[in-house]
Design a protein around this ligand. Structure first.
Ligand SMILES: *Cc1c(COP(=O)(O)O)cnc(C)c1O
Length: 408
């Protein structure tokens, strides 16, 4: 990662003047070269044994709830993530939902989570009939700001015999869900410390961060449970899919049970011992996933190279930078993020419009949760950093294939 870390210094040169959409577009065009227009934000790549494995599931008839690939996928995933257990599920949102339930999040609890995230994080909290408590972002990591969160909790919360309680709402604060934005590892040691001091269950939304490392180790090991996604736009895809990571074998068994209709093993009888979920990943999707995982390291190398090239060309673009990781982190660079120096919605939208016209699929970051109708009334802290970032971030075309096509 030394190439990327050194870009932090490069990025600060030659940056006088205002942001000009045309200059930025020319920079993007140098990177993507003659890739077919429109250039996708993130497209999947199937250059391994995908066809062979998927065909096997069809030829044998095992496309659905049994077959060899689910177990194989879980095994390889656990190895890749350096975790003892991985449980495959139907999508990342379902994985998050299960993580929250298994961590003991209950009706009427509050769950601390970033305001700047994909909607799935908040929806999973709602599926538990719990309430998102929205927290601000640290611009240095694009993840939850641990210091600001700690100060906020000191203002509004207290530790009771029942754990952490919000003094303003009277509700229990059950858990905290950090998210690694665009694959950039957030400052987990600091957040784990906050979670511990405030008696909060820690769950990591690592949906975007397969292959990302925090202080030399794959992300997801701080959380009691962590949730991955294999949606079509993620680093590797199963078509749709997700997984739960945990170090605890009891929790892993409970996760498998709960996501497979809570059925007790029996030769023929339908014995279910609690209200379970049909969140099982079909074998055909796991087959695709096995083939994709075999290429993960190739994808990661290509994406790193692509990000480094963007940083290089943007060192000559005034008014904007490419986000680079903090020293402790090694991102998978799932989505490359361009940040305008100043929050400026009009310029951002003009830029998006111009990119669209040139066949470059760029995208703004998500709407912060409190600006969406169903989450507008959630408890929250001051969200000024997240709000400013919302108006500054544009994701650039980030497919692995673009990195593979780079010469030099
Ligand atoms: C992709 C994603 C998810 C899960 O999405 P699914 O489409 O349900 O697999 C959850 N959180 C974040 C931050 C994501 O980017």
């Amino acid at each position: 990662m030394s190439t990327i870390t050194s870009q932090r210094t490069v990025a600060s040169r030659n940056r006088v003047g205002a942001f000009d959409p045309e200059t930025a577009i020319r920079a993007i065009e140098t990177v993507v070269g003659n890739a077919r227009r429109p250039v996708a934000l993130h497209e999947p790549q199937f250059s391994g044994r995908e066809w062979e494995y998927v065909k096997e599931t069809i030829d044998t008839g095992w496309v659905s709830s049994a077959g060899r690939f689910v177990e194989e996928f879980e095994k390889r995933l656990a190895e890749q993530c350096e975790m003892p257990h991985a449980v495959a599920v139907i999508n990342g949102t379902a994985a998050l939902h299960m993580c929250l339930l298994l961590a003991g999040v209950k009706l009427g609890n509050e769950v601390l989570m970033p305001a700047l995230t994909f909607i799935a994080t908040a929806n999973a909290v709602s599926y538990c009939e719990a309430i998102p408590h929205l927290c601000d972002t640290d611009p240095a990591s694009l993840g939850l700001d641990p210091d600001k969160l700690d100060r906020h909790l000191a203002d509004i919360a207290e530790i009771t015999t029942d754990g952490c309680r919000n003094r303003l709402t009277g509700r229990r604060i059950a858990a905290i869900v950090p998210m690694h934005t665009f694959g950039h590892p957030t400052d987990m040691d600091a957040l784990a410390d906050v979670a511990q001091r405030w008696s909060l269950a820690l769950i990591e939304d690592v949906a975007e961060a397969l292959g990302s490392r925090y202080k030399g180790r794959h992300v997801g090991y701080h959380g009691m449970l962590s949730a991955l996604s294999f949606n079509g736009n993620k680093v590797v895809t199963t078509g749709g899919g997700g997984a739960i990571l945990t170090t605890d074998s009891t929790i892993a068994r409970a996760a498998k049970h709960l996501t497979t209709t809570a059925k007790q093993p029996h030769k023929w009888a339908f014995l279910h011992d609690e209200v379970g979920y049909n969140y099982r990943l079909p074998n055909i999707n796991a087959a695709l996933g096995c083939a994709q995982l075999e290429q993960l390291n190739t994808f990661l190398a290509a994406k790193r190279k692509l990000a480094a090239r963007y940083m290089e060309v943007f060192s000559n673009v005034p008014g904007a930078t490419i986000f680079a990781d903090a020293g402790y982190a090694e991102s998978n660079y799932w989505l490359v993020a361009m940040l305008l120096d100043k929050p400026d919605v009009a310029t951002r939208d003009m830029f998006l419009e111009a990119c669209h016209a040139r066949g470059l699929q760029c995208r703004p970051v998500w709407r912060t949760m409190h600006r969406l109708p169903m989450y507008a009334h959630c408890p929250r802290m001051d969200l000024s950093a997240a709000e400013a970032l919302e108006d500054r971030i544009v994701n650039l075309p980030s497919s692995a294939v673009l990195g593979m096509n780079l010469v030099g």
